[in-house]
Design a protein. Structure first.
Length: 196
């Protein structure tokens, strides 16, 4: 059993959208602090989330403010996962800002608390974000991942993402170098298949 989680590992996470999160005062109040705890712990453990050192609470609050503003403008989606009212994961995509790239979005982060890894939280968050992208009219959803993150890359492949490029030894973490892997999910093709 993983510490801090229900005894029944078959319990599914509650995946909430931004409206559900922000309409619950208790969840909203704790959200930034809980998100900081997850992100800082993951980075401290070596996770590839864009930081070399754990982010400060202010950095995470600023990031979340940016994402929430983009959600309100229709340019993003944020999903959060709770197990027993405890935040165990978050993820979001942002629409590209360039006018020629506006139909597309980048899946920026999927972060799952170490205590909840292996329980389907990452899959549930990613699937919900894909559904949000489809509903928002996103044509292509992109992401990049560090090449050594085999479990994330496997998850993305099982959800239909394909690799479209790789920069060898591009990510520098101290003396270590990792590939940067680019993946995409063409929602236009999926929509074509579902209408046939």
């Amino acid at each position: 059993m993983k510490p801090g989680l229900p005894h029944d590992a078959t319990v599914k996470p509650a995946v909430l959208d931004t409206v559900e999160l922000t309409s619950d005062p208790a969840l909203r109040k704790r959200f930034a602090g809980s998100a900081h705890r997850i992100l800082a712990d993951l980075v401290r453990g070596g996770a590839a989330l864009g930081w070399v050192e754990p982010p400060s609470p202010d950095e995470v609050a600023e990031l979340l403010d940016h994402v929430l503003a983009a959600v309100r403008a229709g340019d993003a989606a944020l999903r959060v996962a709770y197990l027993d009212r405890r935040l165990v994961g978050l993820g979001y995509w942002l629409r590209y800002a360039r006018p020629t790239h506006r139909p597309h979005a980048d899946l920026e982060k999927i972060a799952v608390d170490t205590s909840a890894q292996g329980l389907g939280v990452g899959r549930a968050l990613t699937a919900a974000l894909i559904a949000d992208a489809r509903e928002a009219g996103i044509e292509v959803l992109t992401l990049d991942a560090r090449g050594d993150n085999a479990s994330a890359l496997h998850l993305y492949r099982t959800l239909g993402f394909t690799e479209y490029g790789r920069l060898p030894d591009f990510v520098a973490v101290g003396e270590h170098r990792y590939d940067k892997v680019f993946c995409m999910l063409d929602l236009r093709r999926q929509d074509d298949r579902t209408t046939r």
